[in-house]
Design a protein around this ligand. Structure first.
Ligand code: ZN
Length: 414
């Protein structure tokens, strides 16, 4: 097992050009006392849409680390992989986010559920968990029901884990199981049952991404009650710590928060909770860096602004296809999107004001921001037109990327 440090921060980089700018943000966080390390994450979907490969992400991470003389650990995350696509990630990655959300609720034989409940009969009753105000009530029926809902998913995760182990020939990697891309949140009691099942399968997970209450839409703030999220997160942290000891899972087992881009409202609750429990957290972001690239281009004026506009203008007629893969995690009000003529008329300040996530700004449009979030495949199709523009405006773009990750995300966790 390759051990994850306490605070790991996932950054995604669609086009692989911002590795140094992202690492600079993590370095700035360490200067203010947040001992974060970077994880460069990229999913199969992102690789497919931009035509990159896991080896590209590895090269980018290694190059940024070498250029800036980073001496701490860092990771390359095969994000949201499953049995059907894990193989291509095995060589270049040392962090695997095994996504088994689609297997939640898959039918399992009743005998297996009964066996699970019998094996963990000692959990039943009123379970006092250190750090929780009230004990959790666990019944045999709850254990049977949780097994019925999650056993197939956990077994699937174990299959993927063993596949990685087989191909790598060694366990020098970190494993996460994600169940976030599903409709209903898991309760702390369910999380406990899931972790028991994970331990039964012998998967040494260091992070688990449950589905939390509220909406985690792409590129915009958390929708829901941040205080309720805080309570739920805090209970899950306590359960994860308890489970690590009780089931002999890795002692550094921690929660993973996906779609962490721009969820500013919940970061203070995460920070408070992990300090209170003396534990770590993994936060995953991705799209926010791409949005900063577009903002940086727009701010650069001239050709940069022209390319930023071109992406939007080419994306507008394709909006149905662009939003389709992300439909569950978007809330775009199309009636509030700017038209082509309006976008074409914007100066740098207007474009940046519309796009940059600043709730206090009268210009800010969450609808436009989410629209740009899903438009990165248009930039990919533009190829060198886009990447050359980013390179030509290197300093401005990088400053946007670094500032966003450090000032707006990492600083809130410190
Ligand atoms: Zn996720």
């Amino acid at each position: 097992m390759k051990t994850l440090p306490s605070i790991t921060f996932g950054v995604g980089d669609r086009f692989g050009l911002e590795g140094e700018a992202q690492l600079k943000a993590v370095m700035a966080a360490r200067k203010i006392g947040l001992d974060a390390v970077p994880v460069w994450n990229k999913s199969f979907r992102e690789h497919s849409l931009v035509g990159s490969s896991p080896a590209d992400t590895r090269r980018e991470a290694d190059a940024a680390v070498a250029a800036l003389g980073w001496k701490e650990p860092y990771f390359v995350d095969a994000d949201h992989i499953r049995l059907g696509n894990v193989d291509a990630f095995v060589e270049a990655s040392d962090f695997f986010t095994i996504d088994v959300a689609d297997f939640i609720g898959s039918p399992v034989d009743k005998g297996a559920c009964e066996d699970f409940a019998a094996r963990h009969a000692d959990l039943a009753g009123s379970l006092a968990i250190e750090g929780l105000d009230a004990p959790i009530a666990i019944t045999r029926d709850l254990l049977v029901a949780a097994a019925g809902k999650y056993l197939v998913a956990v077994r699937e995760a174990a299959k993927v884990y063993r596949r990685i182990l087989e191909l790598r020939g060694t366990d020098d990697f970190a494993t996460e199981i994600s169940m976030d891309e599903t409709s209903s949140p898991q309760t702390p009691a369910e999380l406990l049952a899931i972790l028991a099942a994970v331990a039964d399968e012998g998967v040494p997970i260091q992070t688990i991404a449950p589905k939390f209450s509220g909406e985690f839409h792409k590129g915009v703030d958390y929708v829901g009650s941040p205080a309720l999220f805080g309570e739920e997160f805090d209970a899950d942290v306590a359960v994860a710590r308890f489970a690590a000891k009780r089931f002999s899972l890795p002692a550094n087992l921690k929660l993973s928060v996906h779609s962490g881009s721009d969820k500013f409202a919940i970061y203070p609750y995460i920070a408070k909770s992990i300090k209170r429990h003396g534990t770590g957290v993994h936060v995953k972001t991705a799209g926010t860096t791409w949005l900063e690239e577009v903002a940086g281009l727009a701010a650069s004026g001239g050709d940069g602004l022209a390319v930023a506009k071109r992406i939007c203008l080419e994306a507008l007629p394709k909006i149905d296809a662009l939003v389709a893969p992300y439909a569950a995690v978007l809330s775009i009000d199309r009636s509030r999107l700017p038209g082509a003529d309006e976008i074409a008329s914007w100066d740098s300040a207007t474009f940046v004001g519309k796009l940059v996530h600043d709730e206090a700004s009268p210009l800010y449009s969450p609808d436009f921001r989410q629209f740009v979030h899903v438009s990165y495949s248009v930039a990919a199709a533009l190829g060198a037109v886009f990447t050359d523009a980013v390179k030509a405006n290197r300093e401005t773009v990088a400053a946007f990327v670094t500032r966003n990750i450090f000032e707006r995300h990492l600083r809130l966790l410190a």
